[in-house]
Ligand binder design. Structure first.
Ligand SMILES: Nc1ncnc2c1ncn2[C@@H]1O[C@H](COP(=O)(O)OP(=O)(O)O)[C@@H](O)[C@H]1O
Ligand SMILES: [Mg+2]
Length: 234
């Protein structure tokens, strides 16, 4: 298996908004290796979420090249793209994106409903284990809305990991959390990355979140800008 998880070459993405063309990405070149943790930073509107949505196979309306696990995403039919996403990628968003009418356990097991090799028993076992790892096992049958923001984000992390995806993408995962809870969530994600060799890409505007990543990529007006000298030298 290749050690390159992601390879982008001259990656461009534009949107039509009210008759105008917005160039959100203007030629991004990026390689990410297996097991790396990468933070994508930059000011609001720089193109961070656009890039993450492409990396996460949520959007493929791009020009240029984008290979994730060797697969050029542009060429995949819708169904296969959904399948690819479900198997290969876990998502954590700022707003948690839990379904309020499902229980904590059902939210965690959701990825399995969209197709997996796991049977119901194994799915349930894994969900219990993940929630226990997150300190939430007693909450399996609770509605998520009874829980705090930090607890909800932990459910979202558990859900993202249910199918053990080799790539985890997070868009402002701590954006709605206080400093202490943010620390806990990041420690969880870091622990997983080290334990399972998961590749992690995190979009953040928080320098403390970025500082935990192995590498920081800065976007400005849809381009990667050269990194300033890293603190700590070579
Ligand atoms: N679906 C869309 N339709 C129109 N414009 C968009 C869309 N998504 C993003 N953009 C524009 O692309 C640029 C980059 O957006 P985004 O990637 O969300 O930035 P960031 O996440 O860095 O704040 C912005 O100018 C934004 O308005
Ligand atoms: Mg964004």
């Amino acid at each position: 298996m290749s050690d390159i998880v992601l390879c982008a070459r001259n990656l461009r993405r534009s949107f039509q908004a009210e008759g105008e063309v917005v160039q959100a990405l203007r030629g991004v070149d990026l390689n990410i290796a297996r097991g790396e943790s990468v933070a994508i930073v930059g000011r609001s509107g720089a193109g961070k979420s656009t890039l993450l949505n492409l990396i996460g196979a949520l959007d493929r309306g791009y020009d240029g090249e984008l290979r994730v696990f060797g697969q050029e995403l542009k060429s995949l039919p819708d169904r296969e793209l959904a399948r690819f996403r479900n198997r290969q990628i876990g998502f954590v968003f700022q707003s948690f994106n839990l379904l309020p009418h499902l229980s904590v356990g059902e939210n965690t097991m959701l990825p399995a409903y969209f197709g997996s090799e796991l049977d119901d028993r194994e799915t349930r076992r894994r969900a219990h284990k993940l929630l226990a790892d997150m300190g939430l096992d007693g909450r399996f049958d609770h509605p998520p809305m009874q829980l705090s923001g930090g607890e909800r984000q932990r459910i979202a992390v558990a859900r993202a990991l249910l199918l053990e995806p080799p790539l985890l993408v997070c868009d402002e995962p701590t954006g709605s959390l206080d400093a202490k809870t943010s620390e806990e969530i990041l420690a969880l994600i870091n622990g997983l990355q080290q334990q399972h060799g998961t590749t992690v890409v995190v979009v953040t505007h928080d320098p403390q979140v970025a500082a935990r990543a192995g590498r920081i990529v800065t976007l400005d007006h849809g381009r990667i800008v050269a990194a300033p000298c890293a603190e700590g030298g070579a």
